[in-house]
Design a protein around this ligand. Structure first.
Ligand SMILES: [Ca+2]
Length: 491
C-alpha cells in the first residue's frame, strides 16, 4: 500500500514537472548579477590586489568560487542567449549573433520558471542588444523589466519564489577618462594582459575599467543587502558573473581566455558549504538547467548544457565531476565588420581544457577583429569593428609600426590560421600557436576530433550544413567605426 502511495506521488510530481524540492515554500529564489564585459581574474578573491570587489569576494567566501568558468560566446547578445536557453549559441539561429533577435520557440529558463509560478524579472541590461519583434517575443528574454530590485520585489505575491536578473551596464565602455584613478585605483601597479603594451595610456584605460568593475561590485552589495532586509538571503541562489572578457584588444570577441574566462561565484545559504573552490569546467549556459533543477522544473531535452547542482551540493574542493574537464565554445558575428560585401562575422569554435586551447577558425580569410580598412568608398565597412574603440586600441594603432608594439598589434588584429593550438603549461597567455608543430600533431588531432564530434552531435550548422545562414541574418545595430585622425594625436 505504501509503495502504491509512493508511486502515485512520483507520478503526480512527474506529471506536474516537479520534484520533491519544488513543493510550495521549498523553492529557492534566484538572483543573477551579470556584469557587462568583466573578465577573469579581476576580483580580489582571485588574487587581483588592485581592483576591490568585497561583495563578489563575500559571495565566494560564503559559497563556491569557480576557477574555470567560461562564457559560450565572447559577445553580449549570444552570451546572454546561451545563458537563458541552456543551449550552444550556434543552435539559436538568429540569436547566435550580436544585435539579433531571440526566436520565441526557443525555451528559456525564465519562461519555464514563470510558468512554474516564479515571479520573473530583470533590471537594466537583460538579453541585449537586440530586437524582440522579429523573433516574435513580447517581453525581454530575461523577464519583465523593473527599474530596481525593490520595485521587482514589491510586485511579487506573498510567498512567491522569485527569479531576478540584475544586468549591470558596467564595466562596458565608454569610460570617463581618469575615473579609475579618481576611484582610488593604483594605476602605476596595473599590469595589462601581455597582448597589450604596458604603457601609461593602456594602464589608465584599464584603471577606468577597474573603476567600473568596482561600481558593479557595489551593485552586488546592494542586492545582498536587500535580500538580507527581506529575510531571503539564505533561501536565494546568488550567482555573480560576467558576459565575457574586458573590452580591449584580443579580449572581448576573441576565443582566448582574455575573452572567454570570467569570474563566477555562487552562494546558496546552507545548501553550499562555504569557502569552497572548484576547478570544474563550467560554460555559463549551464546556469539555465541549474536554475530549473534547483526549482524542480523539468529540463527540456534541447538544452545542451548541464546542471551544476551536483557540483554545488558536493562538499569538496577541486574537480568534483571528472566529466567537467573541458568546455566548448565559439563565436559567429559580433559586429558587421568584415570586408564589404561580406555580412558575416568570424566563425570559429574552440575546446579548452586544463592543458590546451584548440581553436578552429572556419574562414581564415576573414579578419578576427574586423577589417583594418576604414575608407568606406574603398573596401572596408568598419575599422576593426569587433574591437571596441578606446584608448588601448587607439594607442596600438598609432604605434603599430613600432618594433615593440608590432608583434602585439599582430596578435590582436592580424589574420589567423585555420587552426590554433596553445600549450597552456608553457604558454598561459596563448600567444604561441603550435598547431603546425609536428611535436603537437597527436594532441592537435585528438582535440580537433573531440571538438568536431561534439559539434556534429549538437547540430552545429557550420559542421552539419547551413552555416552560411548565420552570415546573413539581419543585424539591428551599429558598428564601431574610424574615429578620425585626430583621435590618435595624443598617442
Ligand atoms: Ca558584454
Amino acid at each position: 500500500m505504501r509503495n502504491m502511495l509512493t508511486l502515485a506521488l512520483i507520478v503526480l510530481f512527474t506529471v506536474c514537472g516537479l520534484t520533491r524540492s519544488a513543493q510550495a515554500g521549498d523553492r529557492p529564489n534566484i538572483v543573477f548579477a551579470f556584469a557587462d564585459d568583466w573578465g577573469y581574474p579581476h576580483a580580489g578573491v582571485y588574487g587581483d590586489d588592485i581592483v576591490k570587489t568585497p561583495a563578489f569576494d563575500r559571495v565566494a567566501r560564503e559559497g563556491v568560487l569557480f576557477a574555470n568558468a567560461f562564457v559560450d560566446v565572447p559577445s553580449c547578445t549570444p552570451s546572454r542567449g546561451a545563458v537563458l536557453s541552456g543551449q550552444q549559441f550556434y543552435r539559436l539561429r538568429q540569436a547566435a549573433n550580436l544585435w539579433s533577435t531571440m526566436p520565441s520557440d526557443i525555451p528559456l529558463y525564465t519562461d519555464l520558471l514563470s510558468d512554474a509560478g516564479y515571479h520573473v524579472g530583470f533590471s537594466r541590461k537583460g538579453w541585449s542588444p537586440g530586437k524582440l519583434e522579429p523573433g516574435g517575443r513580447k517581453i525581454n528574454p530575461a523577464g519583465k523589466p523593473y527599474r530596481t530590485f525593490e520595485q521587482f520585489l514589491n510586485k511579487r505575491t506573498k510567498g512567491q519564489p522569485f527569479c531576478y536578473w540584475w544586468g549591470s551596464h558596467e564595466p562596458h565602455r565608454p569610460y570617463k577618462p581618469g575615473s579609475g584613478r579618481a576611484a582610488g585605483i593604483d594605476v602605476d601597479r596595473i599590469k595589462p594582459y601581455p597582448c597589450m603594451p604596458n604603457v601609461p595610456a593602456v594602464r589608465e584605460d584599464i584603471a577606468d575599467y577597474y573603476g567600473e568593475v568596482q561600481q558593479f561590485d557595489d551593485q552586488v552589495a546592494a542586492l545582498i543587502a536587500q535580500l538580507e532586509k527581506i529575510g531571503e538571503l539564505d533561501n536565494t541562489i546568488i550567482v555573480v558573473s560576467g558576459d565575457h572578457g574586458m573590452p580591449f584588444p584580443r579580449c572581448k570577441s576573441n576565443l582566448y581566455d582574455t575573452g572567454m574566462h570570467v569570474p563566477l561565484a555562487i552562494r546558496w545559504g546552507a545548501k553550499i558549504k562555504p569557502g569552497r573552490q572548484v576547478t570544474d569546467f563550467v560554460n555559463l549556459a549551464d546556469l539555465a538547467p541549474t536554475f530549473l533543477d534547483a526549482a524542480g522544473v523539468k529540463i527540456p531535452q534541447v538544452m545542451t548544457a548541464r546542471s551544476l547542482m551536483p557540483v554545488l551540493t558536493a562538499p569538496g574542493n577541486g574537480r568534483i565531476d571528472a566529466a567537467r574537464d573541458h568546455v566548448i565554445f565559439g563565436r559567429e558575428r559580433h559586429c558587421v565588420a568584415q570586408e564589404a560585401p561580406q555580412t558575416g562575422g568570424y566563425p570559429a569554435r574552440a575546446v579548452r581544457n586544463d592543458d590546451y586551447l584548440y581553436i578552429r577558425n572556419f574562414d581564415p580569410d576573414r579578419w578576427p577583429a574586423g577589417t583594418p580598412h576604414y575608407d568606406k568608398a574603398q573596401r572596408g565597412t568598419a575599422w576593426f569593428g569587433d574591437c571596441d574603440n578606446g584608448p588601448s586600441k587607439f594607442y596600438m594603432w598609432a604605434h603599430r609600426n613600432d618594433p615593440d608594439v608590432k608583434p602585439l598589434y599582430d596578435l590582436c588584429f592580424a589574420q589567423r590560421p585555420a587552426e590554433e593550438l596553445y600549450d597552456l603549461k608553457k604558454d598561459p597567455d596563448q600567444h604561441h600557436n603550435v598547431a603546425a608543430d609536428p611535436a603537437y600533431a597527436a594532441v592537435r588531432k585528438q582535440l580537433a576530433d573531440q571538438l568536431m564530434t561534439y559539434l556534429r552531435q549538437t547540430d552545429d550548422p557550420r559542421v552539419v550544413g547551413g552555416g552560411e545562414k548565420l552570415d546573413k541574418y539581419p543585424y539591428y545595430g551599429g558598428t564601431p567605426s574610424w574615429p578620425g585622425d585626430q583621435a590618435f594625436e595624443k598617442y
